[in-house]
Design a protein around this ligand. Sequence first.
Ligand code: C2E
Ligand code: CA
Ligand code: CA
Length: 809
Amino acid sequence: MLRIIGCLTLEHDLQLVLVAAIICVFGTFASTVVASRAAAGQRRGMWLALLAVCAASTVWATHFVAMLAYRSAVPMTYDAGLTAVSYLLGAVVMGVGFTVAIRHYRRRVLVLGGGATVGAGVAVLHYVGMAAMQLPGRLHYDPTLVIVSVLLSCTLGAAGLLVATRSVSHARIWSTALLVAMIVSLHFTGMGAVALEFGAPAGAGRHLGEGISRQGVAVAVTLAALVVLMIAMVGALVDRKVSHRLAVEADRFRTLADGALEGLVVHQHGVLVDANAAARRMVGFAEVDGQLSIDHWFAGVDAAQARLSRLPIDEPVECQLPSPEGVLFPAEVCRRSIRLADGADGELLAIRDLTGRKCSEARIEHLALHDPLTDLPNRRLFVELAQKAIDQAQRSGEPFALLTLDLDGFKLVNDMHGHAAGDALLKEVAQRVTATMRESDTLARFGGDEFVLLQQSAVSPSQAVALAERLLDVLGAPVRLPGIELTISASIGVALYPDDGRTTGALLRSADTAMYRAKADGKATFRFFEPQMDAALEDRRRLELRLRHALKEGSLDVVYQPLVDSANRVTLGFEALARWNDAELGVIPPSEFIPVAEATGLIGPLGELVLRRACMEAASWSRPLRVAVNLSVMQFRRKGLVDTVRRALADSGLPGHRLELEVTESLLIDNRESALQVLTELKALGVHIAMDDFGTGYSSLSYLQSFPFDKIKIDRSFISGVETEAQSASIVRAVASMGRSLNMRVVAEGVETNGQALLLKDLHCDELQGYLIARPMPAGQVEAFLRSAAELPAVPAPLSQALALLLAD
Ligand code: C2E
Ligand code: CA
Ligand code: CA
């Protein structure tokens, strides 16, 4: 018995080994190309079948060319049937292996299993192919080497497919190398395991010459190699074209997806498959088990829909997602089922970052509820907070206080120093009050210089007193603004819940009433609400009702007080003054009903009534004297004043120059421009304009210069002290000389004594008005007054003075 042990290197024809190697490398590479097409997903069945054919052809051709290279000392033929079976079996087993690995390329275990199966297929092909050999002897196999060869083949097959399905650089080269190694190692280890025993009849009972000759094998191998070559060429061509087209298309989609503002994320069972640029910018993908997890985003969120699987399909849901920096941000996520490129089910998540929208929503909400200047809560928010305080007080039974705070003379600051200074002052006030109150208290600004404070820490009135006093204190300190230093004060009204009101509205009214009382009581102080203040309010309401009634009935009267020349006491005109004697309320002085008329808008009809009566009356006078009518600032604010005046003149027939309109400085404080416009239009009617109550206002001179008044009426308060107070006299002198320089006549009103009259004449006052000359008289007495030849003072003066007067005349 002769035993030949195949020595691989020495007994092979190296040229043919080279051919086998070329076929192996080339065919394996071709197989990977086909495999990548199968992995791409389209017409997968066909590509998988082609892959099985290509791989089997490669292994088969390699095997048989290598066998040809084997310099056998004995003649050798092949059994055609078994040869075919080896090919088919190998193709089927490898096909199964490829199918498993490619279909489940995401699952490592299945890829390894599939790869091992491919390796097994190679082994099957090899050993069945060996069984097809017909030799004059018997083949012996070393079982250890056979097992080693199969294990090597399976391991390398598994490794080759794992590399091919993972994103490794040069994956195709590496996998080709591993698969070539698989085939080569199996073949040569398998050959090493074989020994031939001569003489003994072949086990299978086959005889030489029955099978295919070496030449036949050569033809078959050539055919197989050709098949591989063609598959590979076609595959490569198709692959190149398709992958180019796919690359272009993928590129286009990628550009499109990356251009989208929305984040787009494709995942499969919570494992990231793909994400566009926006999504990568927006969210931080968490790595779990070496894979990027989507489910993990939601891990830190404790919202109801904190799990991806709980998000409804096709319905946007707001949730929180972690940014790449790990900070949660508000987002809207829409979940949608899609089919992935490989045909598997996946999901698309469209993510919209809501940070900007949330920010602007919050900003808009903030703006809607806060005062833009001071950033304090506005009325709307305050009313909400006050309601909460009421609810809480109802539960706890603890009272609280509501304070309204109004700056004294704020308007003046605005007018004299400009709105910027006014704004700065308001901010300073807001800051000082905020620093003074407790944290549980709430300060709001209702507009203008109106602040309201909710003192929830006030469980007793004494705590409200303490706060009010502290506020008066801090607000009394000088305010330094760029370029100016101001001293201001505030008036504060306090209302207590539940005694002074059970609703926010009632509390605000009570606190306001108390605040007005504080103002009336001299400002820079605070007052608690008292029920009689409400009574005063009630009185006011009744007054308004009666005044309305009186105006409708025309039951208001107009009386006339003369103005005389200070030098000769000749009557120059009369001032018309409203009088009201109500059937229910009795005589009400203008100082009471004019403010009510101004506050309620009744000043319009009232002013018109006085104006028309005065014009009618004056037109009927026997001498063409002037009649003066008082105009309230509120009348200027209403439209149509000029028309009213024009009509009063036209209807009465009184020439314009015989009407004098008395206005006060306050007119020029608000809406200076429009007031000047109206004054100019009035002046165009020929009407004279007088500045009334001069000296009681603010900054006198600038107002006088801003309009060519015809007359200045120095306020009563200066006239009463003109004899006794040096300051009053000097003010009168100054005003008189100023008036003269500005070409305005100067009138002293409220002249009650002869001493005053004489002095005023010396101080260059042009005209006198007052009880000394005459008290305001009903229209019916005007003619009699004019007729009284000497027009002597109505109040008897000492005889010497009367004589002096007469001589002076
Ligand atoms: P006024 O324009 O300064 O009117 C002069 C006021 O001084 C009148 O008071 C008049 O009666 C009073 N008076 C005149 N001489 C003397 C005097 O020697 N001593 C004292 N102590 N008082 C004197 P009256 O009529 O009570 O009017 C008060 C104010 O009411 C007026 O002040 C004026 O501002 C306003 N008023 C009166 N009638 C009207 C009107 O029809 N329309 C408007 N808008 N206001 C009016
Ligand atoms: Ca007047
Ligand atoms: Ca006056």
